[in-house]
Design a protein around this ligand. Structure first.
Ligand code: PEP
Length: 258
C-alpha cells in the first residue's frame, strides 16, 4: 500500500494566535517521521503566516480555492501562480461550499484544476452527491457528471492533468453533519471514481492512478475503517482538522495503513 494523504480544510476559521498554536502543535507531533503526507488549508489571508510557520516542516500548505485565469480584473480572486509563490503545494477546487455559495460549476472547477497544474500545484478536485441524489441512489451518476469536464481539460493539457491531481469524494449530506458515510457506501463510490479515471486515462497504470480521498465527518473514531478501504488514498478533514489532537490522531491512523 502507498502513503495516504490527509488534508485539513480549515474553512473560514482561525486567527493569527489560534493558527500559530495549532501549527505548533501539529509540527511538534512527529508526523514528519511517519509514512503519511499531511497538509493544511487555512483561509487565504493566513497563507503567508502559515508559510512562515511551516518553514522546514513536512506539513504541506494548501489553499481552499483558486481562480482559473492567470491574472486580470477579478476582484477578490487569487491566481495559482500567487499560491505557488507563497509556498502552497496544493489547492482545493470544487468544494461543495464553493459550488453552492459561489456558483462554481464543474466546467469552472476543471479550468481551476488545469490552472493549478500549470502553476505546479496539486489540485484536489472535490465531488459529491447532494442529499436528494443520495436518497435516490444516484451517487455514482452525480459524481461522474461532476468529473466529466476533467476529461476535456486533461486532453487540453496533453494528458498531464489526470496524472497530477487528487479527487476528494465528499458526499454533501455527510459534510459537517457528524454522520460519515459508511465504509461500504464510500467503497462503492471510490471504486466508481477509480474506474472513471482508468477509463478516461487508459495510459495510466493502476498504481499510477491519482489518489482518491474521502471527506465528510471524519473523526479519529472512524478514520481507520475508512482508510482501510482498498480505494481510499486518504482523507479530507474539516471540523476535526481544527483540533490538534484529532488531526494528529487521524494522521497517525493513516501512517499505520501505509
Ligand atoms: C469538508 O468541509 O471538507 C469536510 C470534510 O468537513 P467535515 O469534516 O467537518 O465534515
Amino acid at each position: 500500500m502507498s502513503r495516504k494523504l490527509i488534508i485539513g480544510n480549515w474553512k473560514m476559521n482561525g486567527s493569527l494566535a489560534a493558527n500559530e498554536a495549532l501549527v505548533r502543535a501539529l509540527t511538534s507531533a512527529g508526523l514528519a517521521e511517519k509514512p503519511v503526507d499531511c497538509a493544511v488549508c487555512p483561509p487565504s489571508v493566513y497563507l503567508a503566516q502559515l508559510a512562515g510557520l511551516l518553514q522546514g516542516s513536512s506539513l504541506m500548505l494548501g489553499a481552499q480555492t483558486v481562480h482559473a485565469r492567470e491574472n486580470g480584473a477579478f476582484t477578490g480572486d487569487i491566481s495559482a501562480a500567487m499560491l505557488a509563490e507563497l509556498g502552497c503545494k496544493l489547492v482545493l477546487v470544487g468544494h461543495s461550499e464553493r459550488r453552492a455559495g459561489h456558483g462554481e460549476g464543474s466546467e469552472q472547477v476543471a479550468a481551476q484544476a488545469l490552472a493549478a497544474v500549470r502553476a505546479g500545484l496539486l489540485p484536489v478536485v472535490c465531488v459529491g452527491e447532494s442529499a436528494d441524489d443520495h436518497d435516490a441512489g444516484l451517487m455514482q451518476d452525480a459524481v461522474t457528471s461532476q468529473l466529466a469536464p476533467l476529461a476535456a481539460a486533461n486532453a487540453e493539457a496533453g494528458g498531464t492533468l489526470l496524472e497530477n491531481l487528487v479527487i476528494a469524494y465528499e458526499p454533501i449530506w455527510a459534510i459537517g453533519s457528524g454522520e460519515a458515510a459508511t465504509p461500504q457506501y464510500v467503497s462503492v463510490v471510490l471504486e466508481c471514481i477509480r474506474e472513471w479515471l482508468a477509463e478516461t486515462a487508459p495510459a495510466l497504470e493502476e498504481d499510477k492512478l491519482p489518489r482518491v480521498l474521502y471527506g465528510g465527518s471524519v473523526r479519529p473514531g472512524n478514520a481507520g475503517e475508512l482508510l482501510a478501504l482498498h480505494a481510499c488514498g486518504g482523507l479530507l478533514v474539516g471540523g476535526a482538522a481544527l483540533v490538534a489532537e484529532e488531526f494528529i490522531a487521524i494522521c497517525t491512523a493513516a501512517a499505520a495503513q501505509a
